[in-house]
Ligand binder design. Sequence first.
Ligand code: LMR
Length: 304
Amino acid sequence: MTLRFSHVVARETPKGLAASHFSALVAQRSGGRLVIEVFPNGELYGDDDEMQALQLGAVDLVAPSLSKFGRIGLPEFELFDLPFLFDDLPAVRRITQGPLGQRLFQGLTRQGLVGLGYFDNGFKHMSANRPLLKPADYVGLRMRVQASRVIAEQMRALGARPVTLAFSETRRALQAGVVDGTENPVSNFWTQAMHQVQTDLSLTQHGYLGYAVVTHQRLWLSLSDADRQLISQALQEALVFANQIADRQNEQALAALRLAHTTRIHSLSDSQRLLLRRAVQPVHDALAKRIGAGWMQALARHTR
Ligand code: LMR
């Protein structure tokens, strides 16, 4: 039996490596009876159609960023996009590995989907053809964003114009000047060769990027208990592995970027970061209604 796992990033990103690891574990433990075929780089489906492909059963597994669930009627997932919400990854995991993470997954059943696990990429940074250190630096820039209203509002709060584009179109859009800048962890920036089209990367660490591995109910319910167990167990191990390597992948990408000498890398002072943080703080209140009051209250309880 072959299951198709589609994702939009490069093989040598945290997500790409996790998918390969998962595939290898499943092949080994099922003696080759279960095959997870991985399609990276959006070669099968991109941001705009991978969820639909999953709902139709054209693919069996996807791992979109948590920012991409709002558009399928699950805006509560956009809580992860609230700027400066998490100080570090343990703070994220208190949500994803706790009751709130489970409740978010329950919502997926409304869409015929099953959430199998969360994992991290890391923290996002801002890039453009100029340093982005203070709010005034963002004014007037067209910034590519994922399809998340929270992220769009974050860019507006900084005086930039958000432009929603699929991940696979981003580099080309930067090169063509359709957009001026973007945000992503360094591993995505580097593996998409965005350094060839962006002169400045500012290490703002202003937001979190993580993923959920999702399958469709029809497939999940058709599997035997033993196969469900095998797949779940292999996936949990692959996600632990992914979380362990994510930091390293981002650090390696940053080191490679420094060596490439194409892009200036800026660190922010504490006071610069504080000013950015203040500028985007209104996004939390402005988008509370979209995320849902109940979710915001639960979030406050879990992040306190
Ligand atoms: C993006 O679209 O910027 C990222 O979510 C891509 C990814 O899946 O890491």
